[in-house]
Design a protein around this ligand. Structure first.
Ligand code: GRF
Length: 188
């Protein structure tokens, strides 16, 4: 099954997947971001499905269809979200049902959403972490595949804590993707 990674942010999780023993067939981005160079350095095709509208009239269904079309053209069977900055709509989750993986910087079901790291700090929890799960239309809610805890230190701020969470994500996510791909192959 051909794997695509979807990224928008600093791309460090994307890079960890590329550097792990996981074959990445394409990297899809919604904007110009460091993941593009990371993919090129690994000779991996880049699919730029540029999002040109961040307003309230953004056509999420149309954009999701464009993403699906770009992935299908590359015969992608499995998708790993790695800090992708656009929430995709039903056409995407229907096309790739059960075959979209995501990593989230909290121990779900605690702290879903964009501000997971800060929310954990604000709530004063002593332990947070990361969760790898199957992504569904409902954001940060699909079946959990793997989790790893991270202790919160007294002097942590959002940046320091997120960076330590990402250290665990960079191990756990590629390993879980690999295991999932192997399992999906046996089910074909
Ligand atoms: C990760 O913490 C991931 O869980 C979240 O976005 C972050 C991406 O990090 N969805 P990076 O941009 O790859 O460094």
């Amino acid at each position: 099954m051909r794997l695509a990674v979807l990224a928008s942010g600093t791309g460090s999780i994307c890079k960890a997947i590329i550097n792990a023993d996981v074959e990445v067939a394409a990297v899809l981005v919604d904007r110009h971001c460091p993941a593009i160079e990371m993919a090129k350095a690994g000779d991996i095709p880049v699919l730029l499905v540029e999002r040109d509208n961040f307003g309230t009239d953004f056509d999420r269904d149309q954009y999701s269809n464009d993403v699906v079309a770009a992935l299908k053209e590359q015969e992608i069977g499995v998708v790993a979200m790695a800090g992708f900055g656009t929430i995709l709509a039903a056409p995407f989750f229907e096309a790739y049902e059960g075959r979209v993986l995501n990593t989230h910087p909290s121990l779900l079901p605690s702290f879903p959403g964009w501000h997971a790291v800060n929310d954990a700090l604000q709530h004063g929890v002593r332990v947070t972490g990361c969760t790898v799960h199957i992504a569904t239309l409902e954001v940060d809610a699909g079946p959990i595949l793997a989790q790893s805890p991270v202790e919160i230190r007294d002097d942590d701020d959002e940046t320091s804590l997120h960076e330590r969470i990402k250290l665990t994500e960079r191990d756990l996510y590629p390993a879980t993707i690999k295991a999932c791909l192997a399992q999906m192959e046996t089910q074909r």
